[in-house]
Each structure stands twice: as C-alpha cells, then as structure tokens.
Write a protein that binds this ligand. Structure first.
Ligand SMILES: *[C@@H]1O[C@H](CO)[C@@H](O)[C@H](O)[C@H]1NC(C)=O
Ligand SMILES: *[C@@H]1O[C@H](CO)[C@@H](O)[C@H](O)[C@H]1NC(C)=O
Ligand SMILES: *[C@@H]1O[C@H](CO)[C@@H](O)[C@H](O)[C@H]1NC(C)=O
Ligand SMILES: *[C@@H]1O[C@H](CO)[C@@H](O)[C@H](O)[C@H]1NC(C)=O
Ligand SMILES: *[C@@H]1O[C@H](CO)[C@@H](O)[C@H](O)[C@H]1NC(C)=O
Ligand SMILES: *[C@@H]1O[C@H](CO)[C@@H](O)[C@H](O)[C@H]1NC(C)=O
Ligand SMILES: *[C@@H]1O[C@H](CO)[C@@H](O)[C@H](O)[C@H]1NC(C)=O
Ligand SMILES: *[C@@H]1O[C@H](CO)[C@@H](O)[C@H](O)[C@H]1NC(C)=O
Ligand SMILES: *[C@@H]1O[C@H](CO)[C@@H](O)[C@H](O)[C@H]1NC(C)=O
Ligand SMILES: *[C@@H]1O[C@H](CO)[C@@H](O)[C@H](O)[C@H]1NC(C)=O
Ligand SMILES: *[C@@H]1O[C@H](CO)[C@@H](O)[C@H](O)[C@H]1NC(C)=O
Ligand SMILES: *[C@@H]1O[C@H](CO)[C@@H](O)[C@H](O)[C@H]1NC(C)=O
Length: 507
C-alpha cells in the first residue's frame, strides 16, 4: 500500500517535472519604449524562434506567442537554442518605434540587431551585425544585458567571456563602430543571468548571480572603474598599491585578479536570498524614481522575489500575493522586466499557467493585480468588454514624458543617419533579391514557410554551421555581406582583430 503510494507519487512527480519542463519558455526580454505599452520578446524553447509582441499595441501589450510575430533573423545569424536575450527600445522624434535586440548564435557570436515597428505591428529588420569578433571570445550560453544611454553615449552590451568574467562592448554614433571595453568583473564564480540598469551614462549598475548564496553588483565609479560588491555576504576588500606606493584596502574592482575575490565570512549578513540556489535563469535590475534599486528573480519555489536597496545595503522586499505575482510555471524560470526611472513604474513579464502575464507596479509604488497578455486585438476587445483590462490600459499610457523626450531628441540625428543608410541598404537588398529572383530575407506574410526547413533542427547546437563568414566592417549589416570564408580563415581574422582592436575598429 505504502509502496504503491510512493510509486504513484514518483510517477506523478516525474510527469509533473516533464510537463513543467515542456512548458518552459526560453529567454524573455522586455523594454519600455515610453509611449505605447512595453514590448516583450521570448525565444520559443522548441524551435529557437524569437517571438515578439505587436509593437503597435496601444495601452496593453499584445503578445501572440506564435510565428505570426517571429523576428526575421538572418539565416546566418540564427539564435542558438536557449540563447539569452537583451533588448532596448525607443521612439524617434518622427514617430517611429525602434528596438535593439541582442542574441547569441550557435557559434557563440553576439548579434546586435535593429528593428523598426511597421504599421502592421511587426518589427522590420534594420540591420543585424555580429559585434563580438573584436573581443577575446564569448562563453557559450553567455548572459546578455544591454542599455541605451543616449545618442552620444550610445549602447552598452554586457556578456561573459570564457573565464566567466563580465565584459563590455560599446557603440555610439560618435564612435561609429563597436568597441571592446574590456572586463567589468574578473570574478568568475558566477551563473549566466545578468542585468543592467542606469540613472545617468556615468552611473550604470550591473547585477549577476554569484553562486549559491550571493548576487554581485558592479557599479561604474568616477566614470572610469567598476566597483564590485556582493550581498548578503560582502566581498573582502582587496589590497592595492596607491599612488604614493602605499598599500590601501579598497573594494574589489574591474582590475581585481580573479584569484583575489573572497567573501568576507566574518560578516554576519543576518538575511539570505529567498528561494535562491544561484541557478535562476534571469535576474532583472530596476531603478525607481527615487533612485532605489531592485532586483527581481524567480526562485526555486517558482515565485517572484524582489531584493531592494536601502541606503547602502540590500534586503528582501515583502512578497506580494498570488494575484499580484502569480506563480511561474517552473522553478528558477525565465523573467523579463522593465522600468521607468521617471515614474517608478515596473513591469515583470513571465509565463504563468501557460500564458504570458504582466505584473505591474504603479508610479505610487503600489503593485496591482497581474494580467494575462492578450494574444490579439480580438482577445483585447473581449477582455475590454469584460472590464478586464484596467491594469494594461494603464500600462504604457502617459509614461516617460521627460526622459523619453530628451533621449528621443538626442537620438534623432542618430536615427536619421541610420535611416539614410537603411534606404541604401534596402535598395541594394531589393536589387539583389530581384536579380536573383529569390526572397532571401524571408517574409512577414508567410513566416512559417519562410522559417520552415531553414531553421536548425539540432537541439544541442553541436552541428557545424551552414556557412562560416565574417563581416568586413563593424558597421555593415549582415545582409550587405557576401564574402564567405572557411573556418581557419575566420580564426586568422579573429586573431588579427584581437591583436589590433584599434586598427580593426577604424575600418
Ligand atoms: C492610444 O490610445 C489612447 C486612448 O486609449 C488614445 O488617446 C491615443 O490616441 C492612442 N494613440 C495612438 C497613437 O493611437
Ligand atoms: C582567462 O584567464 C586567464 C588567466 O587569468 C588569462 O590568461 C586569459 O587571457 C583569460 N581569458 C580571457 C578570454 O580573458
Ligand atoms: C563558468 O560558469 C559555468 C556555469 O555557470 C561553469 O560551468 C564553467 O565551468 C565556468 N567556467 C569557468 C572557466 O569558470
Ligand atoms: C565618461 O566616460 C566616457 C568615455 O569613457 C566619456 O565619453 C564621457 O565624456 C565621460 N563622462 C564624463 C561626465 O566625464
Ligand atoms: C571583513 O568584515 C569585517 C567586519 O565588517 C571587517 O572588520 C574586516 O576588515 C573585513 N575584512 C576584509 C578583508 O575586508
Ligand atoms: C594620484 O595621483 C594623481 C596625479 O598624479 C592625483 O591627481 C591623485 O589625487 C592621486 N590619488 C591619490 C589617491 O593619491
Ligand atoms: C573597503 O574599502 C572601502 C573603500 O574603498 C571602504 O569604504 C570600506 O569601509 C572598506 N571595507 C572594509 C570592510 O574594510
Ligand atoms: C592572478 O593571480 C595569479 C596568482 O597570484 C597569477 O598567477 C596571475 O598571473 C594573476 N593574473 C593576472 C591577470 O594578474
Ligand atoms: C546549479 O547548477 C549547477 C551547474 O549546472 C549544478 O551543479 C548545481 O547542482 C545546481 N544547484 C542546485 C541547487 O540545483
Ligand atoms: C539619481 O542618481 C543620479 C546619479 O548618481 C543623479 O544624477 C540623480 O540626481 C539621482 N536622482 C535622484 C532622484 O536622486
Ligand atoms: C493582493 O495585494 C494587492 C496589493 O498589495 C491588493 O490590492 C489585493 O487586494 C491583494 N489581493 C488579495 C487576494 O489578497
Ligand atoms: C489592432 O487594432 C488597431 C485598430 O483597429 C490596428 O490599428 C492595429 O493594427 C491592430 N493591432 C494588431 C496587433 O492587430
């Protein structure tokens, strides 16, 4: 009897694990373009395709969660299975909605792509670039985080190298090329989740899990170095040589050797990260209107958890009830979040009950009941007729007047330049495709047939890529490139660009 009960329990547990495993969504990234609803992308675990929300959603995010809104990624740059995703978005002054998305390919390269929202609510590709070949290497399954600071300060992309160090790439309209900015933290004992947030271009924060008990935060200091700290247990200060050749103790930084990192276990932290084993797939950093930082993650209990900064220290924020933070579909599961530093609003998107849900913190720091995202206008209308969209109606409306506008204004020239180049690119593309009589770039009209057999089927990414190629210049989109080279040539080329990054950057 007891034996049968045990067996039944085991079978139940096994099938539960299987079901939950199957229901698992791939990486999620969310951004707040400041005018309409926040936008969300998610990698479909089964196919590897990245689904996006309908970018013309006004007032509530519409997320079809199928190929009808698949991002049209160049075949040579398809994301690896279980790629991490990062994304930012903004509006140009002439009313175009843009997004920049980063993903990792099967060959471990980091791809940066630009997208513009069209009238049908689909993102049109405005260029896709490999930006990682100027670096000493990217770890397989790297975490990805990105921020867009302003036109002059540009983009930052954070990832992990083969030593698990956190590294940075930068691009601005002034630079005109992507640059490797070096290591942010050599502390390698970390998982791959990573998130970045900022208040000013000189005040960027990056968070990563650091093993089974801690989270590590890197903060830009004096606009030059990164100061590293962990919680609940802090890191030991390290000894460095000061100007005057005296030894001083200071916080670990980007120049601290990986062997020097140690937790200061004499400190009694008196609290622990709830439901944390260091293996959560995503953490998200948000900053509110009072500059207060929070980090969100889904724990081993499949519930949302929030750590918040109080003064110089951190603590767990109170848990919210299940109507505000409904349980996620699996433990340590995927989560996307975005925030408005002007209003203090925060949005969390994750899978709950097989649906993408949005949890929402309003500008008066009140959490409201979470809502299931509509899959189409029809669903939206139905929900609306049931009076069910109050939260989402609030989401994204009237958000981000000040910061949004100044960031947008700063971006105008950048965007104009991009569009000018895009016009040329589009023309070349059109000429090329009509000459060949093919529709190389896939098509939004028939996504399923366009993706179909071109999508890699291997699940472990071990198959060699269809073709190996290198971009000729940092700033040219992939579809402008024709040259294909063999693997050993690629290796040569990589060595050259690593050895002389400055020169390579001046193409
Ligand atoms: C979005 O919806 C609001 C009201 O729901 C409306 O006032 C506004 O004009 C809409 N914006 C656009 C661009 O359609
Ligand atoms: C990894 O660390 C080793 C030892 O510190 C160093 O020699 C190597 O260059 C590092 N690799 C990368 C990709 O930074
Ligand atoms: C990097 O981290 C992963 C797990 O997150 C681990 O499997 C791997 O061994 C680490 N690599 C190094 C060089 O520490
Ligand atoms: C911060 O550093 C960047 C380059 O690293 C520089 O362009 C920028 O002007 C600096 N900002 C300030 C306020 O010094
Ligand atoms: C560890 O923390 C204790 C208590 O704050 C402090 O006195 C000590 O100097 C710290 N040790 C190091 C190496 O930072
Ligand atoms: C280090 O030296 C520079 C100039 O040589 C000086 O400006 C700076 O204040 C010194 N820093 C310290 C900590 O002494
Ligand atoms: C570590 O160094 C920082 C200065 O960089 C100092 O403010 C702090 O008190 C030091 N902490 C410990 C525990 O020594
Ligand atoms: C880090 O420290 C180890 C041991 O002290 C040393 O062998 C290694 O060269 C150092 N690495 C760097 C990059 O300084
Ligand atoms: C976390 O992941 C690591 C590497 O995949 C694994 O060895 C470890 O057992 C996991 N920890 C827990 C608590 O599951
Ligand atoms: C937030 O921090 C930034 C950078 O330190 C600062 O410029 C800004 O004034 C702060 N804002 C508030 C509301 O404290
Ligand atoms: C859950 O919490 C929210 C906000 O704290 C509150 O408005 C709501 O009434 C609570 N719901 C339940 C069922 O307790
Ligand atoms: C939803 O309906 C509006 C107005 O009818 C339309 O402009 C928009 O394109 C539709 N959005 C989607 C995602 O179908």
């Amino acid at each position: 009897m007891a034996c049968r009960l045990v067996r039944a329990t085991v079978i139940f547990a096994a099938s539960w694990t299987l079901l939950v495993g199957l229901a698992q969504a791939g990486a999620i990234a969310v951004w707040n373009p400041d005018v309409y609803a926040p936008q969300v992308i998610m990698q479909d675990d089964a196919s590897g395709i990245i689904f996006s929300s309908r970018c013309n959603s006004n007032g509530s995010t519409i997320f079809p969660n199928d190929v009808s809104s698949a991002l049209d990624i160049d075949k040579r740059l398809l994301p690896r299975r279980k790629s991490r995703l990062a994304a930012v978005g903004w509006w140009s002054e002439d009313g175009d909605q843009w997004a920049a998305i980063q993903h990792q390919t099967k060959d471990n390269a980091i791809v940066h792509s630009l997208w513009m929202c069209n009238a049908d609510g689909q993102f049109d590709s405005m260029g896709q670039w490999i930006i990682s070949y100027i670096t000493p290497g990217v770890r397989p399954n790297t975490g990805l985080a990105s921020v867009i600071l302003s036109r002059n300060a540009g983009f930052r992309v954070y990832y992990q190298d083969n030593n698990n160090s956190t590294c940075a790439l930068s691009y601005s309209a002034i630079q005109g090329v992507w640059k490797y900015d070096g290591v942010v933290s050599h502390d390698g004992a970390q998982g791959s989740a990573i998130s970045a947030a900022w208040t000013t271009p000189e005040d960027i924060h990056i968070a990563r899990p650091r093993g089974e008990h801690e989270i590590e935060v890197a903060r830009l200091h004096n606009n030059v170095t990164w100061e590293l700290s962990t919680f609940p247990t802090p890191l030991e200060n390290v000894t460095t040589l000061s100007n005057s050749s005296t030894l001083v103790k200071s916080l670990p930084s980007d120049s601290t050797n990986s062997t020097e990192f140690a937790l200061n276990t004499t400190v009694d932290a008196s609290w622990t990260l709830e439901a944390w084993d260091g293996n959560t797939t995503s953490i998200w950093y948000t900053i509110d209107s009072a500059n207060k930082s929070s980090i969100f993650y889904i724990g081993t209990d499949a519930l949302v958890h929030q750590v918040e900064q109080v003064g110089e220290s951190w603590r767990m924020a109170p848990a919210q009830n299940a109507s505000v933070w409904p349980p996620a579909d699996s433990r340590n599961s995927e989560l996307g979040a975005t925030y408005s530093i002007l209003t203090g609003e925060a949005w969390l998107y994750y899978m709950s009950g097989g649906h993408m849900v949005a949890a929402y913190r309003s500008s008066n720091s009140q959490w409201e009941d979470a809502r299931v995202l509509g899959k189409s206008n029809v669903t939206t209308a139905e929900l609306q007729s049931q009076g069910g969209l109050t939260l989402q109606a609030k989401i994204g409306v009237g958000v981000g007047i000040g910061l949004g506008v100044s960031a947008i204004a700063g971006f105008l020239l950048f965007v104009v330049l991009l569009r000018r180049r895009q016009a040329r690119v589009d023309e070349e593309k059109w000429q090329a495709s009509s000459a060949k009589g093919s529709s190389e770039d896939g098509s939004a009209e028939s996504p399923s047939s366009a993706w179909g057999s071109n999508w890699p089927r291997s699940s472990d990414g071990s198959q060699s890529p269809v073709s190996v190629w290198i971009p000729e210049a940092h700033s040219r989109p992939v579809h402008e490139l024709e040259e294909q080279v063999r693997t050993h040539e690629l290796a040569d080329q990589e060595r050259i660009s690593v050895a002389i990054p400055e020169k390579a950057a001046q193409h």
